[in-house]
Write a protein that binds this ligand. Structure first.
Ligand SMILES: [Zn+2]
Length: 390
């Protein structure tokens, strides 16, 4: 993007994108209401709506209620104009969904990961994606893109800089996948993707200021400020798993001591070897369901430590909502009470007021849906909106 000032084509793209976004959020909606909500004049709205309809992105569903005079035609976003794929790459597995442009899941697929060398993982991912591509219903745009959530730090070019749990550094994943798949690819950190998933389609839809905490093999967080993902100066914000919660605590592989994720993620299982019947959350959840006392106690302790870290973040960010996602959210039944109790006892009173702690509404799918959203927003986004400027 170079010139903005005076570039009519760009202004039109931006207006088109604003109109489309308004219709997506408020559908069914009349042209007059779109004009009122966006501040764009009625003629502009009518012209651009006509163009969006011609490009299959909108549909009319007949007359709505009249406020006197002729009944207005109501507009809907055509979510089936194309399809996207969202992938979550974890340490032990890879999961993927096929969604329409509104985040509705059409099909799912998964694969187990044993080897972590880049080439094997990429090969598996391409096979998984192609399986879903074949299942996409016919549509005007077909497959519009692939979004991938990864457990690591990602730069603006889709290169995975560092993924300690996979043993990766400097992997140009976006370029590798785009070359193989011939489709646009976006790569995001898994917690950032999860935050987007919950913000757009899950428990965070009514929030502007939100923290998404992904607790699994480590802890990452996605920070939403004023409705937008905050990535920091170079894209690495949200590594909250490495904030110290015990000044002289256990040594962490990052070089720090007493890191949050050593106490409040799956990493904490290592200290309980012999007491816990497994080191996988899904298995521990079944043991807790069967009443295994030590497992239940351990989940309660994780809840307490999660609460301590969340208290620090809440005091610093003053969010409306904190959403707990990732594999440990499946242990909600045993984690929630101790977590809520710690936050209630320790958070500053004004920060606590009207602040909610929730568990991910999309469950284990937050990251995949958020990754798919990333691909969709590239397709529909403000400057790269696909409607050709005339
Ligand atoms: Zn650390």
């Amino acid at each position: 993007m170079t010139r903005i000032t005076g570039d009519q084509a760009l202004v039109k793209k931006i207006n088109t994108s604003i109109i489309l976004d308004t219709i997506r959020r408020h559908a069914p909606i009349s042209r007059a209401k779109v004009s009122e909500l966006t501040g764009l004049n009625k003629a502009t709205v009518s012209n651009l709506v006509q163009e969006l309809s011609a490009h299959h992105l909108l549909q009319e569903i007949g007359p709505g209620k009249s406020s006197g005079g002729r009944k207005p035609q109501m507009l809907l976003f055509n979510g089936q104009a194309g399809y996207a794929i969202g992938v979550e790459l974890s340490v032990n597995q890879m999961t993927a969904i096929l969604t329409d442009l509104e985040g509705n899941i059409v099909a799912e697929a998964e694969d187990t990961l044993i080897d972590h060398d880049v080439e094997t993982v990429t090969k598996h991912m391409i096979t998984l994606v192609n399986r879903l591509v074949k299942q996409a219903p016919p549509s005007p745009y077909g497959m519009i893109g692939i979004g991938v959530g990864v457990p690591g730090m990602v730069d603006g070019d889709g290169t995975i800089l560092f993924a300690p749990n996979l043993g990766w550094d400097m992997v140009p994943m976006r370029r590798m996948l785009e070359e193989e798949l011939g489709l646009p690819v976006t790569i995001d950190n898994e917690a950032n993707a999860g935050a987007q998933g919950e913000l757009r389609f899950g428990a965070g839809q009514d929030a502007r200021h939100l923290l998404y905490i992904s607790a699994g093999s480590g802890i990452g967080s996605g920070i939403i400020i004023n409705g937008e993902l905050y990535k920091g100066a170079r894209g690495y914000a949200g590594e909250s798993g490495h904030m110290s919660i015990e000044a002289d605590g256990k040594a962490c592989s990052c070089g720090n001591r007493g890191c949050w994720e050593l106490y409040a993620s799956e990493k904490s299982y290592a200290d309980k070897r012999g007491l816990l019947p497994s080191n996988r959350t899904s298995e521990l959840v079944s043991h807790a369901e069967a009443g295994h006392a030590e497992t239940i106690r351990h989940f309660q302790e994780i809840g307490r430590y999660l609460g301590i870290g969340i208290t620090n973040l809440v005091n610093g960010f003053n969010p409306q909502s904190v959403i707990i996602g990732g594999p440990l959210s499946d242990a909600k039944a045993w984690i929630e009470d101790s977590l809520q109790q710690v936050v209630a006892e320790r958070t500053l009173p004004y920060h606590r007021e009207l602040m909610e702690i929730r568990f991910a509404e999309l469950g284990s799918r937050s990251t995949m849906i958020g990754a798919a959203y990333s691909a969709i927003s590239q397709f529909l986004g403000p400057v790269r909106v696909s409607v050709p400027a005339t």
